[in-house]
Design a protein around this ligand. Structure first.
Ligand code: ATR
Length: 275
């Protein structure tokens, strides 16, 4: 039996952990899956996608910088992809039409709620950042019915736009937007969705967002403690998590979308931690 072919597309792509994650899922589930990494030229993402599916490929994950293009390219979008404004998962439907999905939001919810046992229902949540990464996760987070969500961003207008967009669908939840200076803590959960740490920077919030029981979650991950989580630990946070679990959970959801089989994630997260 030949394996069904899947891949992750990005630029650059050599650092991607997705081939490793999906090969662990394939081993674990016995699914006949082969998963590779493809670097698409910046000027021809669409050509790369069409070539892959024209040659029998079954599904793609999409990463930086192509998630918005993947969303635009698709002929159909799932509801969660529609709201996210970006796609990390592509496949063909029964009419061979390209479908865009987004599993990032489910990924962070499963990691927080199921892997770390963080209660989301009724929680007071602070989300830092208002770019594509935050838009991708807000819908599934709000679906968990937190009491309130404050979206704080350096550029306030972007946070306000997200609050307007998601406020329409989640009218029962107190959803607000502000700049970093206006944030008043503490919160039950603080999620860093900015890319500040890529430049070794921190969002300019004060440490009073962190109380004795605050959970801090950085959507970034790295071998060492992330810049943001280190800042949180230095200011008294006791429970800090990085985004490795989210990465594995979004992959597991994509695997489920494609194969109808849900991999067990905890062993895979452990394995990646020690790679
Ligand atoms: P991504 O897909 O990672 O979300 P993005 O759409 O470019 O990328 O968004 C990056 C996010 O990180 C934005 O919220 C950005 O703030 P602005 O909207 O004000 O640009 C935030 N960000 C990036 N660098 C930052 C820094 N040094 N301090 C604070 N926020 C930063």
């Amino acid at each position: 039996m030949t394996n069904d072919l899947y891949a992750v597309v990005g630029n650059p792509i050599s650092h991607s952990k997705s081939p490793r994650i999906h090969s662990l899922f394939a081993q674990q589930t016995g699914e006949a899956v082969e998963y590779t990494a493809i670097q698409a030229p910046l000027e021809d993402f669409a050509g790369t996608v069409h070539h892959f599916f024209d040659h029998g490929g079954k599904g793609l994950n999409i990463t930086v910088p192509f998630k918005e293009q993947a969303w635009t390219l698709a002929e159909h979008r799932t509801h969660r992809a529609e709201l996210a404004g970006a796609a990390n998962t592509l496949y063909l439907d029964q009419e061979d039409q390209l479908v865009a999905d987004n599993t990032d939001g489910v990924g962070i919810v499963r990691d927080l709620r199921d892997n770390h046992g963080v209660p989301l229902k009724g929680a007071r949540v602070l989300v830092l950042g208002a770019g594509g990464a935050v838009r991708g996760v807000l819908g599934p987070l709000l679906d968990e019915q937190p009491a309130s969500v404050v979206v704080a961003n350096r550029t306030v207008a972007r946070a306000e736009a997200l609050a307007r967009l998601f406020g329409r669908e989640h009218s029962g939840i107190e959803l607000s937007a502000c700049g970093f200076e206006q944030v008043e803590g503490p919160f039950d959960l603080v999620i860093n969705g900015t890319s500040a740490s890529l430049k070794g920077d921190l969002p300019a919030i004060t440490a009073d967002v962190i109380g004795a029981d605050t959970v801090v979650y950085d959507m970034m991950y790295s071998l060492q403690t992330t810049t943001f989580n280190q800042w949180a630990l230095d200011h008294g946070a006791v429970r800090v998590f990085d985004g490795l679990g989210m990465l594995v959970e979004q992959a597991a959801e994509a695997f489920f979308v494609w194969r109808g089989v849900r991999p067990e994630t905890s062993a895979v997260i452990e394995e990646l931690r020690t790679d």
